[in-house]
Design a protein around this ligand. Structure first.
Ligand SMILES: NC(=O)C1=CN([C@@H]2O[C@H](COP(=O)(O)OP(=O)(O)OC[C@H]3O[C@@H](n4cnc5c(N)ncnc54)[C@H](O)[C@@H]3O)[C@@H](O)[C@H]2O)C=CC1
Ligand SMILES: O=C(O)CCC(=O)C(=O)O
Length: 635
């Protein structure tokens, strides 16, 4: 039996600039030193070009270094500022693995063509030993200006890194990690057993082309070598695809945790999505991306879907559940934004402001009260009395309206809103009708010709829910006939995928019709809230297993993992799985420190916290339980 173990650390040689830190130290020093200089941009660019040429192996490193130093106009005080800056720019994956660096300090070296003056204070922060830092040194004049480099230091010469490693003569396996060609040379010369091209901060194609190994993060390197680490599985190997221009806060949240994030401005159609989703573990969408069964059939690695909105009708929730994919959305996040737009439109429509504004744009002064009304005292009818419906009702009452609602689920009214027992009653009584049902399939054409015929003549009609809820042709006819005196439509049966596509609709050009491009929830406030909220749910699920708030998954709020390993087992909801699991635990003498189970109609979700020291065979047995849909471990 093989106990799940970690390997002892090899000797690890780490490059500094763009590897240990996210930036190039000398480039940053130039930016600091040349602040306010009239040619700052040009000089910094020259230095950066020289850096890149050297790193890519396109010019003699030693020549480039001297040319860069000559361009620098820096002194000792600039180095102090640089150190403070670099401490904020340590690569995230090194920061995450401070414990490994500290515990294995004897095995770890920094070998860099950068400068000790700024590398030592930054690297030692994470436990690197000062005397394990090999780097260049500046030469200063008596006024503390940098005037050159220590020419005796072998790192100032071509092949310097190889000379250092050769002199170190390390008695064991040596693995080099870096983003530059000179790091690769350590392996090419035979001095290092392996070279990992480090791509967390920059990808240098020329270096990657020659590297046998690529480390997308330090976690990735540690995982590849079965070394102790902060992430059970390196997040840099986990792809997150964010579509439909979700708020940048979302991208940052995933990048901060080390995920490999791809960002796409628009939506993707089914074929495009089937292709793109193959290696994606987390996908973030808004209302336009349809996650159909066919898409899910292509989603081999998908674990979680984030709907960066309220509605989830664009996702096949049951099919996702059956595959063990948890879906999260952002209920309430844009409720207020939709309500404010609805209130504004209602007032503009009942006053016929759109028509008057259009005329005035043509120079026509149409001052008249005819056909313009106050909303005070009017009857507002709400179809769907959920989060948006109830909030709209409160605001409308404050504006002096009488509010009526119809919801197919029994709902208590908030304030003085009156519940009606049928859609027909609501249509007959209301001066203003506003749709706030969800987008389930059964709501397709909920409002059609029959329903418009039941409405009062001259009604104001608004749809800010989902496009397919209203038969657009019937609405266009009702507007043309005057049955509907004004309409506000934010959602359409067919909406463009991106801002570059043309929008077509029968409603174009109709009088007193406000058309908006599905922006009910598009306010800066709502989008920013969603951009924080949805990633936090997805990350909780990925990092901790908690599924609280999921719209299709058994909901479990789990305690933080402490001193245990956590097994997450998703299985078809058939009898006996828990018994089988417990049998395997008993047989393998596993000490359980916590166990949780929740089921829904499709799946069961069992979470078991266990003490370390189990075997690979035990894990295999758990994976092979009949009915297992997905299994993963966290520690
Ligand atoms: N235009 C936009 O940008 C936005 C549109 N929305 C849409 O608005 C919808 C409603 O949002 P919330 O109020 O937060 O959802 P919610 O789930 O809280 O409320 C929906 C209500 O509609 C009721 N309902 C569903 N079908 C019905 C039917 N046939 N007849 C009567 N009642 C019915 C439900 O019982 C529920 O009470 C979302 O599902 C989404 O599709 C949401 C946010 C922004
Ligand atoms: O902002 C979006 O893309 C969609 C908003 C929406 O319709 C929703 O939240 O359900």
């Amino acid at each position: 039996m093989s106990i799940l173990t970690l390997n002892p650390a090899p000797y690890i040689i780490i490059d500094f600039d763009s590897t240990f830190t996210k930036v190039e130290g000398l480039d940053e020093l130039a930016i600091i030193a040349l602040k306010g200089h009239p040619e700052q941009d040009q000089i910094v660019q020259k230095i950066s070009d020289l850096t890149n040429k050297g790193m890519n192996g396109e010019m003699s490193f030693a020549d480039g270094l001297r040319q860069r130093i000559a361009l620098l106009k820096a002194n000792r005080s600039h180095i102090e500022s640089l150190i403070s800056f670099l401490k904020t720019k340590i690569s995230d994956s090194f920061l995450r693995n401070r414990q490994f660096l500290t515990e294995n300090a004897d095995q770890i070296y920094i070998v860099s063509s950068g400068f000790k003056e700024f590398i030592v204070p930054v690297a030692t922060q994470l436990g690197i030993l000062a005397d394990h830092v090999y780097a260049n040194e500046f030469v200063f004049d008596e006024d503390d200006n940098i005037i050159g480099i220590d020419e005796d230091n072998v790192l100032s010469m071509d092949g310097g890194k190889m000379q250092i490693l050769s002199a170190l003569n390390l008695p064991g396996d040596v693995y080099a990690i870096g983003d530059g060609y000179t790091d690769y040379e350590l392996k090419a010369s035979g001095l290092a057993n392996r070279f990992y091209a480090f791509t967390e901060n920059i990808e240098r194609p020329r270096v990657m082309a020659v590297a046998e190994h690529v480390a997308t993060s330090f976690d990735d390197f540690l995982y590849d070598n079965k070394l102790s680490r902060s992430q059970s599985y390196p997040k840099s190997r986990i792809k997150v695809l964010l579509l439909e221009n979700v708020h940048p806060a979302a991208q940052k949240a995933f990048q901060r945790e080390g995920f490999n994030v791809e960002f796409v401005k628009g939506a993707l159609d089914e074929d495009e999505l089937c292709e793109r989703i193959k290696d994606v573990s987390i996908i973030g969408i808004r209302s336009k991306t349809m996650i159909t069964k066919r898409v899910l059939d292509h989603a081999n690695r998908l674990m979680s879907i984030g709907a960066f909105c309220i509605g989830t009708n664009q996702i096949d929730l049951d099919e996702a559940a059956k595959r063990g994919i948890a879906v999260f959305n952002a209920p309430y996040s844009n409720t207020r934004s939709v309500v404010e737009l609805a209130v504004g439109e209602m007032i503009l429509l009942i006053r016929n402001i759109v028509g008057k504004s259009n005329l005035l744009h043509q120079g026509i002064w149409d001052k008249s009260a005819s056909g313009s009304f106050e909303i005070r005292g009017k009857k507002l009818g709400m179809v769907g009395y959920g989060s948006i419906g109830t909030q709209f009702s409160v605001v409308a009452e404050a504006l002096g309206m009488e509010v009526y609602f119809y919801d197919e689920v029994e709902k208590l009214s908030i304030g003085n809103a009156r519940k009606l027992n049928s859609l027909e009653d609501l249509l007959a009584i209301s001066d203003v009708i506003s749709m706030h049902v969800d987008g389930r399939k059964e709501n397709t054409n909920l409002i059609g010709k029959r329903e418009f015929d039941l409405m009062k003549d001259g009604v104001i009609f608004m749809n800010l829910s989902r496009g397919h809820v209203v038969d657009i042709h019937a609405l266009a006819d009702a507007v043309k006939s005057g049955k509907v005196a004004g309409a506000g439509v934010d959602v359409f049966p067919k909406e463009p995928k991106t801002n570059n596509e043309m929008f077509e609709s029968e409603l174009l050009g109709l009088p007193n019709v406000i058309l908006t491009p599905h922006i009910g929830g598009s306010t800066e406030e709502a989008q920013e809230n969603i951009g924080h909220f949805v990633p936090s749910k997805l990350l909780e699920f990925m990092n901790n297993g908690s599924s609280y708030g999921s719209v299709n998954f058994p909901e479990v709020q789990l305690p933080k993992l402490k001193d245990s390993h956590r097994l997450l087992h998703i299985h078809a909801n058939v009898p006996g799985v828990l018994a089988k699991l417990n049998h395997i635990f008993g047989k393998n003498n596993i000490n359980i420190t916590g166990q949780y189970l929740k089921t829904n109609e499709h799946i069961g979700y069992v979470i078991v916290d266990i003490e370390k020291g189990y075997t690979e065979e035990f894990i295999q047995e758990v994976k092979e339980i009949e009915g297992t849909i997905r299994f993963r471990m966290l520690y």
